[in-house]
Design a protein around this ligand. Structure first.
Ligand SMILES: [Zn+2]
Length: 341
C-alpha cells in the first residue's frame, strides 16, 4: 500500500431502501430475478461511490449483494439443508434457528466472484473482500453429518480457499475472513481455529486478513458486552498464535471498547486494521477523536502497518450515519498522516 494509514471499512454498509429493509439484519430482498441482479449491482456502484466520496482508500463491496455475512455463502454450498432447522445458541450469546449440515459439504460454483469482477471493473483502488471464517460458519449451523466442529471447519476451509483463489484471480487485493467466533471459543481457536483459517488462506498471493470483533451494534451484542467487565481481554487468548500465523493483517475492535490497547502489542509485526469508529452508536466521531485513537495505537503498531478502519460492519446503521462515520475516519486518518509527515 503506497498511502500511509490507508482507510477501509470492516465489512458491511447499509443497503438502499429500494433493495432491502434498512437497519435490519437478514433483511429480505425487495426485488426478484433479473431486477434483483441489477439492483445489487446498482447498490455496489453506490457503495463504491459513498466510500470514494468519503475518502476511503481500500474499497469493500459493503456486502451489498448478500443478505448476511455468513448465511449467504453457506446458501450456495451443497450439504446444508436450509429447510431442516434447529435452534442453537450462536457464539454462546443468542438463540437462532439455523440450517442443518446433512451431508458432505461442497461448493458447486463460485459465490461472490461475479460481484468481485463487477466491482473490480469500476475502480482502480485496492479492493478488500470479506468471507466468513471457518469457525464462525460452523457456529451458525447444526451439524448432523460430521458431528465434529473441527472436522466441519476444515471442510469449510477448503471450500473458502477455492473461493478465495477465484476472488484473487478476479483482482481482489485483500481477502478478509470474518471470525467473530474467535472472541468466544478460545480453546478451539488454538486447537483448530487458526489451523483452519490458515488452510482457508493457503497459497494466496494477495494479502490476507482476519477480522475479530465484538459484533454488530445490535442488542444481543451490547447486552453481552455489559457482562464482560471493565477490561475486555479476549484478544489476549488468540493474538499470540495469530502473531505467528501466516495471516498478514488483523482487523480488531478498538474505539469505545474496553479492550486494553496494549494487547495490540501481542501481534506486533502484523498489519493491524484498527477499529477507530464505533458501530454501536449513532453518534458520529469527530476527526479529532479518530486521530486521538490512532495516535494511541501507534504506540503498539508501526506507522507503516496501521490501517484505520471501523470496529465492525455498519449494516444496522442509517446510511447518513454510516457516511458520516466514513468521513470522520478519513479525516481523522488525514490528521495523523499529516503529523507523521
Ligand atoms: Zn465484526
Amino acid at each position: 500500500m503506497n498511502t500511509l494509514l490507508p482507510t477501509s471499512i470492516a465489512g458491511s454498509l447499509p443497503k438502499p431502501a429500494w433493495l432491502a429493509q434498512p437497519e435490519t439484519l437478514w433483511s429480505p430482498w425487495k426485488l426478484q430475478g433479473a431486477e434483483l441482479v441489477e439492483g445489487k449491482q446498482d447498490a455496489l456502484r453506490l457503495a463504491l461511490q459513498n466510500q470514494r466520496q468519503s475518502g476511503i482508500d481500500i474499497i469493500s463491496d459493503g456486502e451489498q449483494s448478500r443478505q448476511h455475512f455468513v448465511t449467504t455463502f453457506i446458501e450456495q454450498l451443497n450439504g446444508v439443508d436450509f429447510k431442516k432447522r434447529k435452534t442453537v445458541k450462536i457464539r454462546n450469546r443468542y438463540e437462532a434457528s439455523v440450517p442443518m449440515v446433512v451431508d458432505e459439504v461442497t461448493r458447486p460454483s463460485s459465490v461472490f466472484v461475479e460481484d468481485a469482477k463487477f466491482l473490480r471493473k469500476l475502480t482502480k483502488q485496492p479492493i478488500k473482500w470479506a468471507l466468513p471464517g471457518p469457525m464462525t460458519m460452523v457456529d451458525t449451523l447444526f451439524d448432523d453429518h460430521y458431528k465434529n466442529r473441527g472436522a466441519l471447519a476444515w471442510e469449510f476451509a477448503k471450500l473458502l480457499n477455492q473461493e478465495a483463489k477465484e476472488l484473487e484471480a478476479a483482482g481482489v487485493d485483500i481477502i478478509q475472513f470474518d471470525e467473530p467466533a474467535f472472541n468466544v471459543f478460545f480453546d478451539e481457536v488454538n486447537d483448530w481455529g487458526i489451523a483452519a483459517l490458515e488452510r482457508a488462506a493457503e497459497g494466496l498471493k494477495c494479502e490476507t486478513a482476519v477480522h475479530i470483533c465484538y459484533g454488530y451494534g445490535i442488542k444481543a451484542n451490547t447486552d453481552w458486552k455489559k457482562t464482560l467487565g471493565s477490561e475486555w481481554r479476549q484478544y489476549e487468548d488468540v493474538f499470540p498464535k495469530l502473531q505467528s500465523s501466516t495471516i498478514d493483517i488483523v482487523s480488531l475492535e478498538c474505539q469505545n471498547s474496553r479492550v486494553p490497547m496494549d494487547l495490540i502489542e501481542l501481534i506486533r509485526g502484523k498489519k493491524v486494521m484498527v477499529g477507530a469508529i464505533d458501530v454501536a452508536t449513532n453518534s458520529i466521531e469527530t476527526p479529532e477523536e479518530v486521530a486521538d485513537t490512532l495516535r494511541k495505537v501507534l504506540q503498539f503498531v508501526d506507522a507503516d502497518k496501521l490501517y484505520p478502519s471501523t470496529n465492525c460492519g455498519m449494516t444496522p446503521l442509517s446510511r447518513t450515519v454510516a457516511e458520516g462515520k466514513m468521513q470522520a475516519l478519513s479525516a481523522g486518518a488525514a490528521i495523523v498522516r499529516g503529523e507523521l509527515g
